[in-house]
Design a binder for this molecule. Sequence first.
Ligand code: ASP
Length: 355
Amino acid sequence: MNTNSRMLVQSGATMLLAMVLTTTAFAKPKVTILATGGTIAGAQSSQSEYGYKAGAWKVEDLINAVPQMKDLADISGEQVVNIGSQDMNDEVWLKLGKRVNEVLRSPDVDAVVITHGTDTLEETSYFLDLIVKSDKPVVLVGSMRPATAISADGPMNLYNAVATAVDPKAKGRGVLVVINDYLFAARNVVKINTSNIDAFRSPNRGPAGLANTGKITWFEVPGAKRGKQSEFSIDKVNELPRVDIIYGHANMSPDLITAAVANGAKGIVLAGVGDGNATTPAIDKLAEVAKQGIVVVRSTRIVSGLTYRNNEVDDDKFGFVAALELNPAKSRVLLQQALLVTKDPQAIQRMFAEY
Ligand code: ASP
């Protein structure tokens, strides 16, 4: 090869390298949207009507309604189910959880966004937090107004969810919930309003960050174990153990505890009064079923504060687990996973301290 042709080959190679680098530098992240229904996909028969049907729109409709998302990422969509999240169940959780793990294993996907109803958003997000085996971002998003409403909140929430999912700092933060310009850690988020668009909070810890038309500001990284550090896995699981929540109140009788056990509950979560308390007959019944091997977790119906171990109730004596920071709904999610591993209340107490 003479000098001229060598220079030509070299400059050709340099151009090719530059082209590859430019394409890589401008390659948009790839986000898969898994749709499950909810009000974000809901439709009314008239715009000003109160009633509506959750889960009426399909994933393509949701994606087409926010074309601006395509500036942030290459978007693909999949319909997992199309239900109101009041109907969310173990079967759908296992299907969704396995699909999230599968999608995230692909080198062609950088993050997953899940559209979901708001009623059980706090449960599904925490379930995924415990079993997703990837550091790639997983962001759940819902809305309080149906897609057809005047001033629907879904499109901006979805845009912010994708912006969060592609933000480089979203990696390794666990599953997130994005709604009404707030970012929440799945473990901490709870629904606190039935109808207002400002319907979510993390009562003890505050939000994980803020979203403002796609601009993301992050707060502290949550410390609880999750994702890759989690000892829980649903890979070989086809059914979750039954765990019932029993609500505490004045004059509470032990009857619902008896009924839960008779109907096959392997664990019971008490949504107790105050710091996870209940009437003497209810506590006595819980102690009795705990002796029979049913795992009893004491949580509280109060929205903030912790359910401390051995505070007013002698957990050591009765063999109970104290829910610490988890509310009844989240305690149920963790107890289902815990029961796949052990029935030992001490081991489960350790899990409630760590997850
Ligand atoms: N019932 C609806 C659901 O959870 C409410 C909503 O999405 O806001 O699916």
